[in-house]
Each structure stands twice: as C-alpha cells, then as structure tokens.
Design a protein around this ligand. Structure first.
Ligand code: LLP
Length: 413
C-alpha cells in the first residue's frame, strides 16, 4: 500500500480509484482539469473530531469549519446538516454560509483590517458573533454601532499569545514576527486583552469568548509547541474570568493538518482534543463549549485534482510532463509557498518498471508554474491522467484566472 492511500484514494489494477470510481473514467466523463471531492471522506474527518470530543470532553465541542479552505456549496450544506459551525472571515463568507443554511448563531466572524462597511453588514446579521482582532477595531465598532440601536451584539477576542506554528512563514499567525521576519498582524497582545473585554462591555457589546489561531499545517513535530499555546490560552481565560467576565466559549482555532509529505508525522488530533478537554476541566473555568476551527483537516485529503497529460517534453536533459492546467488556476499552493508539497500520481499507471524523473509543468507563462519538481513516476504517455493529491483545501479557494485560463469544474461524489 502506498503511504498516501486512504478510503478516498486507493489503487486497483494499477489504476487510481477515487471514492470507488476509476479516476480516468471521471476525467473522461467530466473533462480535465477537474477537482474531485469526496463526501464520505469529509464526513469521516468530521466524525473523528466529533467522536474525540464525545470521548474526552465533558463540555460540548463545536467543530467550526474554516470555510476559506473550500467554500463549495455542496460541502457547506453537507457539514451544515451534520451540525458543524462556521469560521467566516469576510462578509461574503458569512453570506455564503447563511445561504448554505447555517444559522447566524453558528457563525463566528474573524476578520482582520475590518472596515466600516464590513461592520455595517455584520451588525445587520442578528445572532452572529464578531471576533475582535484589535483594540482599535473596537473604536470603529462603537462608531458603526450607532446605526443599530438596541441590538445585542455578541463579541469575542482573538488574542495573540506570542506563540505561532505553521508549515510556512506565511502560515504562522501568532507571535511578534514570523520565521521570515514579517511582523504578525493578527490578534490582541496579551497585556491588552482584559482591557478589550472591559471596553467592549462598556460600549454595550456582549463579550462571550476568547479565540486564538496560531497557524496552519501542523504535523506531529509541532505538537509540543501547540500544547504550550493551549496552556497560555487557558491561563489567559482564567485571568479574564477573574476580572469578572463569564466566557461562554474558548476557541482554539484550526491548524492541524493531514500529511502532505511521507517524511512528516501525523498531528495527533485525538490527543490534542483530549489535552484541551482535560486542561480546561482542570482550570475550573465557567466555559460552556470548546471550539476548534479545522480547514485543512476537514477537506485537504478529501480532494484531488485531475490533469490530462498533453505530451512529455525533453529539454537540456530535463523531462517535463506537460499538462492541461496551470498551478495558479488549480493548485496554487506550490507556486506560492516554497514548502508546499502535493504528491502526484499517474492515475493511468500508478506503478511500473519504466520510471522517470519528471517535472509536472502547467500551461502558464511562468517558470514557477510547476505542480511538482523532478518526481519519480512511471513515464506518462499522451492522454494519461495525473492526480494531484490533497487538493481539497486552499486550492480552488485560492485559484485565479491568471493568463485568462478558466478555473476547473468541481464534482462532489
Ligand atoms: N481559523 C482561522 C481564524 C484561520 O485564519 C484559519 C486559516 C483557520 C481557522 C483554519 O486553519 P487550517 O485548519 O486550515 O490550518 N493558504 C494557506 C493556509 C492559510 C490558512 C489561513 N487561516 C495554505 O494553503 O496552506
């Protein structure tokens, strides 16, 4: 069995099978490039988290899907019916979640650089909770609030504990600076948090929660540091409660990833939920619910991108599998983040004796437009189908029309 095989992608007769269907038949039926998502796999991911809360937590666990990972309407409806909550980061995401049937009470809006126009929209959505990213955001909220007299507005505070963790400097969202030196824009500094709660209450808002999101793409190796961030959050929650606020929820954000690379360990998500549950119980907080905001975990490995091979090119000794899609239009992660890896499989002949080292090159006018560099795989023939794995999260949602190429069709099976 290959390390990347799951109940969603597997191999039969040397061909790739996606959710029980032959990948090349899917490519033929719907055309390439094509995103294929699996309902059962997404529900399985949800179930794992839900079961862990049931097993380890005395408090209800809210699984708040970070819809920025993949806002496909079918996926949203599926998770809505299953009881998920939503992490939304723009007014349009809030609107889309409402359209998918999520009640406003199950949506937490976490913005950054939040505008007056954003706030006017958000205040109009009754029942929504707004996560405050900056003390300065409260000034704008107080100004815009005048247009909404008598409306109870629930707020929480996103704080920045000083610890961040992510697979790439661009995906570390807490701390003073990221690992490449970029100042980190998110959250409220520890020493300012209690004051933001006090001011929010004074201004007539209802402060109900504390939130953090420290980064994205954690693997096993990140576990220790992530737990330290959890400990800090719980200490801060105690301080807030001591200052006279009752917290309804603690939201630990998302970040735990699937395994994109064979060499990385899997983040122990059940242990993580058990740890949070124990630590909150021990701290004796009055909190009524625990929240996590998975994006990658929910959908990454429930999605595949299928590409058609047009021809194999040789130049200066380099071999290229030239495919019918471009990274920016389909799976932009490797072109944006040097450290983002997506396994690529020849769906038409998964294994074989004539292996070659090929760079999988897209159809855009840009050297960086490669899905994978010098990957070992059976030499493709024109008409073969290549599958880019773990393409369910942050692929379609970050795809653009660069070079005026279309964004592929999506099927949820
Ligand atoms: N909560 C908040 C407030 C977030 O900003 C994010 C992701 C999540 C939850 C979900 O994180 P996840 O469980 O998916 O790691 N474009 C990057 C990822 C950026 C994530 C941004 N925030 C990528 O392609 O890896």
């Amino acid at each position: 069995m290959n390390w990347w095989e799951t109940d969603f992608v597997s191999v039969r007769d040397n061909r790739l099978i996606i959710a029980g269907r032959d990948a090349t038949a899917l490519a033929e039926r719907y055309g390439t490039p094509l995103y294929v998502y699996g309902k059962d796999r997404i529900l399985d991911r949800y179930g794992r988290l839900d079961d862990a809360f049931t097993r380890y937590s005395a408090l209800p666990g809210r699984i708040s899907y970070a819809m920025k990972a993949n806002p496909h309407m079918g996926i949203l409806r599926l998770l809505q019916r299953r009881g998920a909550w939503i992490d939304a980061v723009s007014p349009c995401e809030v609107e889309t979640a409402l359209k998918a049937g999520f009640p406003a009470e199950r949506i937490l809006f976490t913005g950054t650089s939040v505008s007056r126009a954003d706030l006017r929209f958000l205040f109009g959505v009754e029942g929504l909770t707004i996560n405050i990213d900056a003390p300065e955001q409260l000034d704008l909220m107080s100004e815009v609030r005048n247009g909404f007299p008598g409306r109870a507005i629930r707020v929480s505070v996103r704080w920045n504990s000083g610890i961040g963790r992510g697979f790439n400097p661009k995906a570390i969202t807490a701390g003073k600076r990221s690992s490449d030196g970029t100042p980190i824009k998110f959250g409220v500094e520890p020493r300012k948090v209690v004051d933001v709660f006090a001011r929010a209450r004074k201004l007539g808002f209802q402060p109900v929660g504390l939130h953090q999101h420290i980064g994205s793409g954690w693997v096993r190796e990140d576990y220790g540091m992530v737990l330290t961030a959890v400990d800090r959050m719980i200490r801060k929650a105690r301080e807030i409660e001591k200052a006279g606020f009752r917290l309804e929820f603690l939201d630990f954000g998302g970040g735990f990833g699937p395994r994109y690379l064979k060499s990385r360990g899997l983040f122990p998500v059940e242990d993580y939920i058990a740890y949070i549950s124990r630590a909150v119980a021990k701290a004796g907080l009055s909190v009524k619910a625990l929240v996590i905001e998975p994006g990658k975990f929910m959908v990454s490995d429930a999605g595949v991108l299928l590409l058609g091979v047009e021809y194999v090119k040789e130049s200066y000794g380099n071999l290229f599998a030239c495919v019918d899609g471009g990274t920016f239009n389909t799976v932009p992660r490797p072109a944006i983040y040097v450290s983002a890896h997506h396994e690529i499989v020849n769906a038409s002949r998964v294994d074989g004796p004539h292996k070659a080292r090929l760079t999988v090159a897209g159809n855009l006018c840009e050297t960086g437009d490669v899905f994978g560099r010098e990957r070992l795989m059976p030499l493709p023939q024109s008409g073969d189908v290549l599958a880019v794995l773990l393409a369910g999260a942050y692929c379609r949602s970050m795809a653009s029309h660069y070079n005026l190429r279309p964004i592929p069709r999506e099927v949820l099976i």
